[in-house]
Design a protein around this ligand. Structure first.
Ligand code: CUA
Length: 359
């Protein structure tokens, strides 16, 4: 980028693709603010001196310039210039905001759980870590985050990105690291006594080192495998078929579900994404799939947030598709357009048009 704060010791490193853009906008805001602060301060002093009271009986001349001639031009100028400047700030800021809120579709998935006062991180391939995040350089990384207790905020200054981490829902954050190195993680939302200690380190590694790191920590199996054993442990499979063309008519088949659009009993459709799966496990009666009865018990209180993420990873692994990045083009929806439409068809062959994608 044309403007970075390289070399200035009071700025964090510039280690992601978005960082230079954020810095440039920030520099623009600082320069505009500094220019007008100095201009106004100078004019205050200048006018105070120039138009000071010179004798005790002096009356000010009539200087009402509003409404006509030079006054009108002056008013237009001091309206249009600030309007133009604030529109530049708005459009520039909004474009960075949109970039930061839309993870690329093929981003690498990592799951984050915030908890007073630590960050628990889980990789799809299995490894878990606490207050550390190992990632490869030059890859788009998408974090899906939730909290076990209160609001936290996952902040990596070197990447110039942060997002709130909320109990009861999933939020996302993405970045593409550009430099190998170690960077701070901070919690950027006051969350209790040890908020200031809720820190960690991002390790950006080259792809080979990252692969070696992954291989060393995959002892427990992938997240999807861990999710599958939890699925079996909780007895979900007693009702929900998870293989293609196996249907009992009581519970929706989970095969090929993730990322598709689902018809709801009371009308409407919902995207089968992380949030929907989580909601269906905790509040099964809130959005019942068309054609099925409300027979599922709630699993509220029985599954930890980390367990929930594993279940989501398992259901995701049943296909058909990739994730559903917040705000990104809904690539997976198209599969539902040709899917069976009536409940009866859905029961006999709920996802006929999808193909198995094991991983
Ligand atoms: Cu967690 Cu502040």
């Amino acid at each position: 980028m044309f403007f970075t704060f390289k070399g200035l010791p009071f700025f964090p490193e510039t280690a992601s693709t978005i960082a230079a853009h954020v810095d440039a906008l920030y520099a623009f805001l600082v320069l505009i603010s500094a220019f007008f602060s100095l201009l106004i301060a100078f004019l205050v002093v200048f006018f105070a001196v120039k138009y000071r009271k010179r004798s005790s009986g002096e009356l000010p001349p009539d200087t009402n310039i509003a409404g006509h001639g030079a006054g009108l031009i002056l008013e237009i100028v001091w309206t249009v210039i600030p309007l133009g400047l604030s529109m530049i700030m708005f459009v520039w800021g909004a474009s960075i905001f949109f970039t930061e809120s839309r993870p690329p579709a093929d981003s690498m998935e990592i799951y984050v759980t915030g908890k007073q006062w630590m960050w628990k991180i889980q990789h799809m391939e299995g490894p878990r870590e606490i207050n550390e995040l190992h990632i490869p350089v030059d890859r788009d990384i998408r974090l899906t985050m939730t909290s076990e207790d209160v609001i936290h905020d996952f902040f990596v200054p070197a990447f110039r990105t942060k997002a709130d981490v909320l109990p009861g829902k999933y939020t996302t954050e993405w970045f593409r690291p550009t430099k190998i190195g170690q960077y701070h993680i901070f919690c950027a939302e006051y969350c209790g006594t040890k908020h200031s200690g809720m820190t960690g380190t991002v390790y950006v590694m080259n792809q080979d080192d990252y692969n070696a790191w992954l291989a060393a920590g995959s002892g427990e199996g992938s997240m999807a495998e861990q999710g599958q054993s939890l699925f079996n442990q909780l007895g979900c499979g007693n009702c929900h078929p998870s293989v293609i063309n196996n249907n009992n008519g009581r519970c929706p088949n989970l095969h090929g579900l993730f990322g598709t659009s689902v018809d709801i009993k009371d009308g409407g459709r919902v995207r089968a994404d992380e949030s929907y799966i989580r909601e269906s496990i905790l509040y099964p009666d809130s959005k019942i799939v068309a054609g099925y009865d409300n027979i599922m018990p709630t699993f509220k209180g029985l599954i930890s947030e980390e367990g929930m993420l594993k279940l989501v990873a398992y259901i995701r692994s049943l296909g058909p598709g990739s994730g559903t990045p917040t705000g990104a083009a809904p690539a997976a929806v198209q599969t539902s357009a040709s899917a069976p439409q009536t409940p009866q068809q859905r029961r006999t062959n709920p996802q006929a048009t999808t193909t198995p994608t094991g991983r």
